[in-house]
Write a new protein. Structure first.
Length: 697
């Protein structure tokens, strides 16, 4: 495969929002829930808070098209003029995430049917079947009408297509969807023989003799065909994406403004974001903290790094997050003082050039009245409002970060198809969880202060020093060849267990488990040896003359492999468990690079031990900063920027030159405007944003 065959990453569009040259600040604005006299107060307060962009019209279809084909834009005209007169730009939505009551009444066949056969009703939100021709026609009609009316409006900075494709529903098991799935399968396999072979239908007598007999993988008596389910996940993604591209194209035909749709990176299992990233003009993301997670800042950072990676490293937009608690988690923990700024600047540090919230003014009615808002029910005398105003000022002061980029030497592999496939039933152990592995490896890098990107295994990886596969269950032969070439070219590859198992049809690779990575890793897997619930085992480390510093014993859990060596050195050996004395961790040299294999589950502390020689192989150095101090660097045309966030409860210093490049002399604090001492203190819970002159970095 030449580099031209690598899967491209990120939007092709080179522009950014028209009319805004500072960090975008604002949120979802739903003024149709309020009398118009409130709008005047809204814009006055928006100006006080430094708001320069609002997302409008997201759920307004029923008001904009009260009867099929009859439009009422008068209120939206007034709203847009008011915002424009006050210098506030608009991110104008197509309202297609929430079709009106008349639509479902007129087109009942467009309703989504669940896997268990329940027909979903009206009275909440959620789109109709993405495969429904009636839905697609209605969505296009309202999109075209909005494009015609507002496509050239000077207040228009961005189009916001739909809302969070894939949520709250994605897969549809209706007859409408089944017909579209058959068309999709015909296009993919051409013949029924091709489909039967790809799905392995000779197993359990599932062979199809007629296209009409092929259906959606609805509830079945026992486990459904995994290849069919994997294809259904792909089909669902493609159907949602086709809805997006149809609306995008209609807007492109009518307007110069860029088009986005808000992702839920790391949280929406039905969309293959690397594919979506190529279709939007600007990548944007919604992120909500997981209140139950005491270190939710790590999950935030993961989502932000994934979003930036989907954007191919280009600046991206945080289109929604919450000023305080949300309303949909079991316990909706309010953000504590300072947390709003820490969250916002972590996104900014990781490449966001927009900090937007859900939502501007708290709703008095409906399902989200207990959700945090920039202007909460308590009004302007609230702590949340004061922090919103302060954050607006701080972001304005940090505006020169706009357009600067984050770079990383480490790539963590992320492949949604593999996540879909691994998530199906009847895998060797219920304790193996792909997301757990990704999160744990990510957490290790976060604690080490090592910046990572996420990468698709088929993309060009040659710019990275270290590539990590925490969970690459489905790995195509082409992607495995790409990883092997990466090693041959001098890269360091670290592969964790239960990777390289199946191909794109969820069929085990010829040659056995891990066979496609045999050359890179010098090892294959003869048999899986999953552990019983709660069981642990011990791994004795041995540097074997190739992994300096690798000594001692580690405790591991969940999994072991019975490995067959094919050239690798053994640097970790099972002391107990199902295969005492057998290799557990291996290191291989191949071409000019190195391939590591980890056949068991290590926690975040144990990973630190194993990663030390891996970092050495890759020529990487951890930051050496305290774990609670998050330090991220963005590089601009003329200067670098350092965002330092103290998640701890006592002051910390960014004293290490590893973080700043050199001692901080000559750096400026963008928020205070002050020159910075060599020892940069960050108060407990505080944030600092520094400009570091390029000459000394
Ligand atoms: C998002 C959604 C918003 C709002 C928010 C509440 O997923 O896009 O409309 O519902 O959640 O947290």
């Amino acid at each position: 495969m030449t580099s031209a065959q690598h899967r491209p990453v990120g939007p092709r569009y080179e522009g950014w929002l028209t009319g805004i040259d500072s960090i975008c600040y604002g949120g979802d604005y739903n003024p149709e829930q309020w009398p118009e006299e409130v709008w005047e107060q809204d814009v006055t307060l928006m100006r006080e808070a430094g708001v320069n962009l609002v997302s409008i019209g997201i759920f307004s279809w029923a008001l904009l098209e009260p009867r099929e084909g009859e439009f009422d834009f008068a209120w939206l005209d007034r709203l847009i003029e008011l915002l424009h007169a006050n210098g506030i730009h608009i991110d104008l939505a197509t309202p297609t995430a929430s079709p009106p009551a008349w639509f479902f009444h007129a087109y009942p066949q467009a309703r989504v049917v669940t896997r268990e056969g329940t027909v979903l009703g009206f009275g909440s939100r959620g789109m109709a079947s993405p495969s429904s021709p009636d839905y697609r026609a209605a969505a296009l009609r309202i999109t075209e009408a909005l494009g015609d009316r507002y496509g050239s409006h000077p207040a228009l900075a961005l189009w916001h297509v739909h809302n969070e494709y894939g949520a709250p529903v994605s897969e549809d098991y209706s007859p409408t969807s089944a017909a579209a799935f058959r068309d999709w399968l015909r296009a993919r396999y051409t013949t029924l023989d091709g489909l039967n072979a790809a799905w392995g239908t000779r197993f359990w007598g599932q062979v199809y003799g007629e296209w009409e007999h092929v259906g959606v993988p609805a509830a079945t008596p026992s486990v459904a065909n995994p290849a069919q389910r994997l294809d259904f996940a792909r089909f669902t993604n493609d159907s949602l994406l086709a809805c997006f591209t149809a609306e995008r194209d209609a807007l492109h035909a009518r307007s110069q403004a860029p088009v986005t749709t808000n992702f839920m990176a790391a949280e929406c299992p039905s969309t293959d974001l690397f594919a979506w990233g190529r279709e939007v003009d600007v990548v944007s993301n919604d992120h909500y903290l997981t209140a139950a997670d005491p270190r939710c800042e790590v999950g935030l950072a993961l989502a932000a790094d994934l979003t930036r990676s989907v954007a191919g490293g280009k600046p991206w937009m945080l289109l929604e997050h919450s000023p305080s608690g949300v309303n949909w988690q079991p316990r909706n923990v309010a953000k504590r003082p300072g947390e709003m700024a820490r969250s916002a600047f972590s996104h900014v540090g990781r490449g966001a050039d927009a900090v937007m919230f859900f939502q501007w003014r708290a709703s008095r009615s409906g399902a989200e009245k207990f959700h945090g808002a920039m202007l909460p029910h308590a009004g302007t005398s609230s702590r949340v409002w004061r922090e919103i105003v302060a954050l607006g000022a701080d972001l304005a002061a940090a505006s020169e970060l706009v357009g600067s980029r984050v770079s990383a030497d480490v790539a963590l592999l992320w492949d949604q198809e593999s996540l879909w496939a691994q998530g199906l039933e009847w895998r060797p152990s219920v304790d193996v969880d792909a997301r757990e592995r990704i999160n744990t490896f990510y957490d290790r890098f976060w604690r080490d202060g090592v910046q990572v990107d996420f990468a698709h295994p088929s993309q060009d990886l040659s710019g990275y020093k270290l590539v990590v596969a925490p969970a690459s269950y489905l790995l195509t032969a082409e992607s495995a060849a790409n990883l092997t070439r990466f090693v041959e070219g001098g890269g360091t590859l670290l592969v964790s267990f239960f990777s390289g198992i199946v191909n794109e049809f969820d069929a085990v690779h010829e040659g056995g488990f891990l066979a496609p990575l045999r050359d890179a890793l010098g090892v294959t897997v003869e048999e899986f040896l999953p552990l019983r619930a709660g069981e642990t085992l011990q791994v004795a480390l041995d540097d074997a003359g190739v992994a300096p510093g690798l000594t001692g014993t580690l405790t591991a859990s969940v999994w072991a492999d019975d490995l067959t060596l094919a050239g690798a050195s053994v640097v970790g050996t099972y002391l107990d468990g199902p295969a005492p004395g057998a290799p557990a961790i291996t290191r291989n040299t191949h071409g000019s690079g190195t391939g590591w294999y980890l056949s068991t589950q290590l926690d975040v502390d144990a990973l630190a031990t194993v990663l030390a020689p891996v970092y050495a192989d890759a020529g990487l150095t951890p930051s050496g900063l305290p774990e609670e101090l998050e330090v991220i660097r963005r590089s601009g045309a003329a200067a670098d920027y350092v965002v330092a966030i103290n998640h701890g409860s006592s002051p910390l210093s960014v004293e290490s030159s590893a973080a700043l490049g050199t001692p901080a002399a000559g750096a400026t604090d963008l928020i205070t405007g002050a020159e910075v001492d060599a020892d940069v203190k960050v108060e407990a819970g505080g944030v600092r944003v520094l400009r570091v002159p390029r000459a000394i970095s």
